[in-house]
Design a protein around this ligand. Sequence first.
Ligand code: PEP
Length: 248
Amino acid sequence: MTRRPIFAANWKMNLESSDIDKFMEDIVPVANNTSAEVVIFPPSVYLAQVAKAAGSKIRVGSQNHYWEKPGAFTGEISVNMVKDCGATYALAGHSERRHIFNESAEIVTRKAGVAQKEGLLPMICVGETLEEREAGETLDVLRSDIICSLRDVEANADVVIAYEPVWAIGTGLTCPPDKAQEAIGYIRSQLRELWGDVADEIRILYGGSVKPGNIAELMACQDIDGGLIGGASLKADSFAAIIENGTK
Ligand code: PEP
């Protein structure tokens, strides 16, 4: 089973309009030149700007959205709004949303389910904290994250999962490739239990301090289908090097 790799940039609350123009100018030729799928998750206020500059080889996604239909929800944005700005992906369950903004498993699956229902591709993040890993609970956490996050999501090859050990996000600590493979292989086995053979088509990404220097050994693992990249995606040259080194 060949699964097309994805390299996804999660800019979080970084970059502004003028940085984005330059970044897009530099990354579009790289995206045009790779067989991998390139996705950018900008801050929502820049979705339309990124989508406009993206061209046909870069896809754009929202970092966050609310599940309700338009209405009196001050500060929130709907799925239709992000679609209207050119998004085709929607992130759900990022550890910063779960831990800083207290988003529960129930919220994660509602967001992912509504995104899918309205035609966006959900990219759902799961992963254990350091305490959970040290307590030997990693696989239990992943099993529970997968079951709970997919409760409102229909079995479909277009769902993307990102395994992001919380202790590796933004810390410079990368999960050793054999441990990342073990976790991601386990996630695929859980997807197979839930959804059957479609599990073999689902892309599962690794996220957590991915850099140009470590992406190749991660991509060499059987079940790792790409990367969700935070810090190293903020500069076009390092994101480009990750795409290039990851698709060799
Ligand atoms: C992320 O934001 O999903 C992430 C993995 O960040 P970083 O690459 O900076 O660890």
